[in-house]
Design a protein around this ligand. Structure first.
Ligand code: ADP
Ligand code: MG
Length: 616
């Protein structure tokens, strides 16, 4: 079927290729930092301008590259890491490996200066939109300096996606927070528009936390630790009274890399449940060590989402560890671990599995601030008072002004109301998309073919949109022509009653109307009117089905259930504009690769795979 392969204009191909690896300056920064860390650097300097839009520069003291590698590293699938996939950063070497620099170089102006530690002279390479302009010998220190100028300079549609400098800066800072928390033994310094905003000396994890978030955190956090055969948990969690509206200060690191995991997040939140007001979130920086074979590598090419083999057990251990830590510091009443199931009523796991109390080891002499060499406390402090140790340590003044931090963080959380408009504007070149069997969308990308499942794509977009609704913006509702009343079983009635505030936030205009009855007067504006009954019934049945399968936070469950109901189904014809919009919106998502249920939203077929098929 050669006619399905429409070659995109280079402009759009770049746009989508960049969407695969680089969505914004912070994702480029992430790739550069990971490369520096992979190269063994322990001192990294970052220089950015205009939120990273005009400059992202990363200088490291890693092992550097030879003159030939300095060119090779920009070709797609060039990687030096395939050889040592067994190393400590097992997880880190998964995903789009060997793609990052090629993608970045396709959409920016790059200058690389590098010197391999065995060489006397270094190399400078200039490359622009994938074209090598210049390579020359230079003298420079051992290590690598990668300078990325004018990201998306040749892809105006992508450039339009970028937000204000402040917002992009906020993303850069968020990325640096995540990475620097997993590498407290690496020095980072971050300059923006010539001003040093972050200065993070090498130290222990707690020192890193204080440098990032301010010395006042010494009184706001307590250590958490649990060592079991399955998982080693260590890190710090916030005292409940300091929980905030924002979810920004929550970090999981798995085997040294930042991950997002709603399931584990739920475990932590459950432990805090009774101690923090609804809608607020505690600080946590929790490191998990799990043997790499126990992490499902097929599920995390996006590299921040993973699947554990024993996730239910890890859930229990984590939740128990957090409760135990809070309890130890007299922040929660002492918990009876023998009888503690660790699960709230939303969960079904407690019924399905035996739960063992994890064993923890105590070291009465442990002082989390003692050693600047050890990132992870080796054991719990026996001291049961809210630790006086936390007040003894004074980190050097945090150079990052508190108010400034606040401003950046506010920007991060702000909803960009104009985003959709911009996406529409960017959806210009649309003749190169094709829909097959009214179920899949196909387009050509840099590396080959991109095939998207229209329903999974739309579910992911809606899911993230609904989650955002919960963080503040009310979904506009549309009035139904004839308000309908629905009678429910007592059980369903009670469930809906409990969920009512959240259901309303999603845009349903609904209220109680007599015994076991609700009246629906409006539904979310992106749903078909006249379908109220089935929408509502399916929302409820999806919700209950999810409850049975997984212990989700009710809001996440609602967002999932509604996105499933409201998404575009197979069989719906899509115009080019609609497809373009879907693809653009998908790649603007936080986790574009999977539907909320974990099904892939798209697959790619690389040119080499295609070529192979013709040779067979
Ligand atoms: P990957 O990291 O998946 O290998 P990249 O495109 O990010 O792919 O990098 C390609 C290669 O370039 C790396 O495998 C590495 O050999 C080399 N490289 C990139 N950045 C650095 C750096 N800062 N120091 C040393 N080598 C680097
Ligand atoms: Mg890399």
């Amino acid at each position: 079927m050669p006619e399905i392969i429409h070659l995109l204009s280079e402009k759009v191909a770049n746009q989508i290729a960049a969407g695969e690896v680089v969505q914004r300056p912070s994702s480029a920064l992430k790739e550069l930092l990971e490369n520096s860390l992979d190269a063994g650097a322990d001192e990294i300097q970052i220089l950015c301008r205009e939120g990273g839009k005009s400059l992202i520069q990363v200088n490291d003291n890693g092992m550097g590259m030879s003159p030939s590698d300095a060119i090779l590293c920009f070709s797609r699938h060039a990687t030096s890491k395939i050889l040592h996939s067994e190393d400590l950063f097992h997880i880190q070497t998964m995903g789009f490996r060997g793609e990052a620099l090629a993608s970045i170089a396709a959409v920016s102006q790059v200058k690389l200066k590098t010197r391999h530690h065995e060489d006397d002279l270094g190399t400078e390479v200039r490359i622009e939109g994938s074209r090598v302009l210049e390579q020359q010998e230079i003298s420079c220190p051992v290590g690598t300096s990668m300078e990325i100028r004018n990201l998306f300079y040749n892809v105006p549609a992508r450039r339009n996606f970028l937000k204000s400098d402040m917002q992009e800066l906020s993303h850069l800072i968020a990325e640096l927070e995540r990475i620097s928390l997993s590498y407290p033994l690496v020095f980072f310094s971050f300059f923006h528009n010539g001003k040093e905003l972050m200065h993070l000396p090498k130290g222990s994890l707690v020192q890193r936390i204080l440098h990032l978030f301010g010395n006042s955190y010494s009184e706001k956090i307590v250590p958490v630790q649990e060592l079991t055969d399955l998982v080693e948990i260590s890190g710090y969690i916030g005292k409940p009274e300091f929980s905030k509206k924002s979810r920004r200060e929550q970090f999981f690191h798995l085997n040294g890399r930042f991950i997002r995991d709603p399931y584990l997040h739920h475990a932590v939140m459950n432990a805090y449940q009774e101690w923090i007001p609804a809608g607020t979130s505690p600080f946590y920086s929790i490191h998990l060590k799990v043997s790499p074979e126990k992490v499902d590598i097929n599920v995390h090419p996006s590299k921040t989402e993973i699947k554990f083999q024993d996730e239910k057990m890890i859930y229990t251990i984590l939740q128990t560890a957090v409760k135990r830590s809070l309890g130890k510091f007299h922040l929660t009443p002492q918990i009876d671990f023998e009888g503690e199931t660790g699960f709230g009523e939303m969960s079904v796991l407690a019924r399905n599995m035996p739960v063992q109390a994890p064993v923890s080891h105590f070291n009465p002499d442990y002082n989390p601030f003692e050693s600047s060499q050890s990132e992870k406390p080796s054991s719990f402090p026996q001291n049961l008072e809210p630790s006086p140790l936390f007040t003894e340590y004074k980190a050097p003044e945090n150079k990052f002004q508190e108010e400034e931090t606040m401003n950046f963080r506010l920007f991060q959380e702000e909803e960009d109301a104009k985003l959709e408009e911009r996406i529409l504007n960017s959806a210009q070149d649309s003749q190169s998309l094709i829909q097959i069997q009214k179920e899949f969308m196909v387009t050509s990308i840099f590396s080959g073919l991109l095939i998207l499942d229209q329903q999974a794509t739309h579910e992911r977009i809606l899911f993230e949109r609904y989650l955002k609704v919960f963080s503040g913006k009310i979904q506009p509702s549309q009035q139904t022509l004839f308000p309908q009343t629905y009678a429910f079983s007592t059980q369903d009635f009670a469930l809906i009653q409990e969920l009512l505030p959240d259901i309303k936030m999603l845009g349903f205009d609904i209220r109680e109307f007599g015994k076991n009855t609700f009246i629906v007067e409006g539904i979310p504006s992106d749903l078909q009117i006249h379908e109220e009954r089935s929408i509502f019934e399916e929302l409820l049945s999806n919700f209950k089905e999810n409850m049975r399968l997984e212990p989700l936070h009710p809001r996440e469950n609602l967002a999932r259930s509604l996105s499933k109901r409201a998404s575009i189904k197979p069989g719906k014809h899509l115009t080019n504009e609609e497809m373009r919009l879907l693809i653009d919106e998908l790649f603007a998502c936080e986790s574009p690769m999977y539907s909320p249920e974990g099904k892939p939203t798209y697959i790619t077929l690389s040119l080499s795979e295609i070529k192979k098929k013709f040779k067979e």
